[in-house]
Design a protein around this ligand. Sequence first.
Ligand code: SAH
Length: 353
Amino acid sequence: MSQHLFTKSSPEHQGLFGLFPEEISEKFSPSTPFRGKQVFDWLLKGVETFDAMLNVPKQMRQEMSDSSDGTPFSSFLVNQQQDDDGTVKLLIRLNDGLYIECVLLTDEEDRKTACLSTQVGCAMGCTFCRTAEMGFQRNLTASEIIEQFFYLSRITGKPSHIVYMGMGEPLANIGEVIRSIELFHYPKGFNISARKITVSTCGLTDGIKTLAQDLNIPVKLAVSLTSADNEQRTRLMPINKRYPLPALHRTLKSYCIETGKRITLEYVLIGGENDSETAGRALAEFARDLNAVINVIPWNPGAGNGTQFSEPSQQSISSFCSLLEKEGLRITRRYRRGRGINGACGQLAGNPD
Ligand code: SAH
């Protein structure tokens, strides 16, 4: 038995998209269990009304409709924007009037990656991130997480990959995140393979352990490190006070040994802040025995009203990356897309204006 606290998500408060077929049956048609699968299949096809569910009895359609304001979705697509680089950003209104954003990135290999939000706002307080400036409003339900995927699919076709890198801290809403992963992975549903799903965290060690122990789906783990200096990391990412670097390193080490998986360390490169040679060497030191891939993300403007932080120069990005390579680390430089529509890393704010 694991020692940590982990509240499993329950079906009661879910919208329809957050339910497995048998849970739909239990809720609306306990005497005819196959009905749940019929409804589930209609949802999967993307129907927008209950009337379109032709093989489902009228009374059951009515009951579902009454319980969800007449539409299978609990959220509404309000606006969509497309950047010149093909990135699409959606603004979605939740049923309590709050807003979230999600993004679809298309890359050179034609992968379509859905970048999903897990919370309205964020409580982690990273000083360089625009979402953090909103503060924390509430957790999303699994249904609200999955509905983002549906809205993105409708516009661009079914995404091939999922990254939990939108607004919020996934491991601070781990019950709903796990339910949504189970549904995305469900063979009779979207059937998305574990290696195409990435969960990104600012380093909540309890959550990382829970993910490894309680989720039977070996998704990929990305950890937003951004500094390998404990003092600097606390200044940039206040959550480091509660989960300091040495503890994070220990947890990641066990994670790698237990799962045998390669993790990603995300490093937001901020001009004049964490792009020095010393910072690069500290990062190499931290990463070495973790067999990690480093994802260098040049800081995108948006937070701190542009005064506190600056973008790193091309020169500083190149020398930082080549230093890491010389240290023998594997690096990637993705996630710059969507800047033209404030849809890149750290720029999501769910702002309807
Ligand atoms: N809370 C989770 C999920 C969010 S992922 C996490 O921290 O991992 C969003 C990624 O964008 C994180 O790696 C975060 O560090 C990074 N980020 C935040 N603000 C940014 C900015 N202004 N420019 C570039 N990356 C940023």
